[in-house]
Every structure is written in structure tokens, then in C-alpha cells.
Design a protein around this ligand. Structure first.
Ligand code: NI
Length: 252
């Protein structure tokens, strides 16, 4: 398994990150993509990835913090993106649910980080909360074709638009408790575009819902996806792992 979206540099793991990562290995997680959400978490993620052969890094600023992004931040992200362990730009996008940065600023910064990904030749990890229409308009306008809609929460119409662009779609813990909607979408997905993730420390799957999440629990997302597809867990494991390795260019 590959956990394609984790936030391991947050305080919640400060005391036991070694144990968290060794539980992940024991559970069968062969690689984790640690995803930045601001400048510090991006830099910390690159350091963590340098130290651990099975951790890779994505660098970027989340829409919540879009208002903090200036030219200096963008050039620093570009410098980080040059590291051999950096495999994506993210997470970037729009969040019109919490609106922690003004929408106009979120959109400008999203476009700038998409342009950065294009310059450095990396795929993007996209956060979209209650902003489906604008996210899609911007992705189409910028002709984005390599990346993933993380923790997908849209409907089949949105999934189709993302697939048409060439994007992957990643599912997280909510598929273990938000039954029917996600299941119907998963069944209609081209298998080669499916990814799994934890988004830890958030969104722990059943049976750990409400607790701190961690990469080892990606197996519950995998098992639910296999159940929804009516396929053996080993098959969906190999499928989603291969998809993640190709998208992020991870060594196999
Ligand atoms: Ni995230």
C-alpha cells in the first residue's frame, strides 16, 4: 500500500513518529507521501523525506494560508521542489467552506502554484472543499493534466471532468462511513485512476473514527474500496500502489 496523502510533520506525531512509521511498515505500507500545507510543513516534509527512504514529499501552501503567499514563498517552494524526494506540488486548491483566506487570493495563489508545478514538471495534489466549479474552471484554464483530486468529495459529474483532464481521484477514511455516494463513484472510476490515502492525522477511518489517524490505517480505506469493487484486497492493493508509483514517479 501507499498512503498518498499524510501530514506527518504536525505536532500530533512529535512524540511517536518512529512508532507511527514502523506500524505503517508492519501494516504493509511501502511508501508515504507527506504533504505540505504551508512553508514550514513543506520544508519539514522535505527534511523528513531525506531521512527516510519510504517517505516522499509534496510541497505547497493550502488555500487556508493563501494570504501568506508572496513571491519569496513561491521561490522558496520552487527551491524545495528541486529536492530529489519531492514528488508533487500540494496541497493546493480552493476552500470555500472555511474561507480562511479571501477567495480572490485563494484563486490567484492556486494559479501561481499550478504554474510552479508546470515549471518544475511535477504533478499536483488538489484540495477542493465546496469550490468544485471554480476548481474545475481553473484546472481547465491552466490545462492541468497530471495530479490528483485528494479526499474526493464531489459527485460523478465532477469526477468525470477531473478524469477528462487526466487527473487521478483519491479516496480517504470517509468512504468507510459515508456509504453510498462514494461507493457509486468508485465503481464507475477507471481502475487506473484510483488512489488511496489517509489525510492523517485527520479523517480516521472506521474503526478509529474520531481518533488520531495514521498511515497504517490506509489499509481500512483499501479494504473498503476492495469491498465496494467486489475484488480481492490484494488486487486493489497492487492496483492503487501501481497507480501512485506511476503518478508520483516513485521507485518500485
Ligand atoms: Ni491534507
Amino acid at each position: 500500500m501507499i498512503d498518498s496523502h499524510a501530514h506527518l510533520t504536525v505536532k500530533k506525531y512529535r512524540k511517536d513518529l518512529d512508532a507511527v512509521l514502523s506500524r505503517a511498515r508492519k501494516a504493509g505500507v511501502s511508501a508515504v507521501v507527506n504533504v505540505g500545507f504551508d512553508v514550514d510543513s513543506s520544508a519539514d516534509g522535505v527534511r523528513l523525506a531525506r531521512d527516510r527512504s519510504d517517505v516522499f514529499a509534496a510541497v505547497g501552501v493550502h488555500p487556508h494560508d493563501a494570504a501568506t503567499v508572496d513571491d519569496y514563498v513561491l521561490s522558496y517552494l520552487e527551491e524545495l521542489a528541486g529536492d530529489a524526494k519531492v514528488v508533487a506540488i500540494g496541497e493546493i486548491g480552493l476552500d470555500f467552506y472555511r474561507d480562511l483566506s479571501p477567495r480572490r487570493v485563494q484563486e490567484e495563489v492556486f494559479v501561481k502554484q499550478l504554474a510552479l508545478a508546470e515549471r518544475v514538471g511535477l504533478p499536483v495534489i488538489i484540495h477542493d472543499r465546496d469550490a468544485h466549479r471554480r476548481v474545475m474552471e481553473i484546472l481547465k484554464g491552466e490545462k492541468v493534466s497530471r495530479g490528483v483530486m485528494h479526499c474526493f468529495s464531489g459527485d460523478m459529474g465532477l469526477a468525470r471532468q477531473a478524469l477528462d483532464l487526466g487527473l487521478h481521484i483519491s479516496f480517504a477514511g470517509p468512504i468507510t462511513y459515508n456509504g453510498a455516494g462514494a461507493a457509486a463513484i468508485i465503481r464507475k472510476m477507471p481502475p487506473e485512476r484510483l488512489l488511496i490515502e489517509t489525510d492523517c492525522p485527520y479523517l480516521a477511518p472506521v474503526p478509529f473514527r474520531g481518533k488520531r489517524n495514521e498511515p497504517a490505517y490506509v489499509k481500512y480505506v483499501l479494504e473498503r474500496m476492495a469491498q465496494v469493487l467486489g475484488r480481492p484486497v490484494e488486487e486493489i492493493d497492487a492496483l492503487t500502489e501501481g497507480n501512485a508509483r506511476r503518478l508520483f514517479g516513485l521507485p518500485s
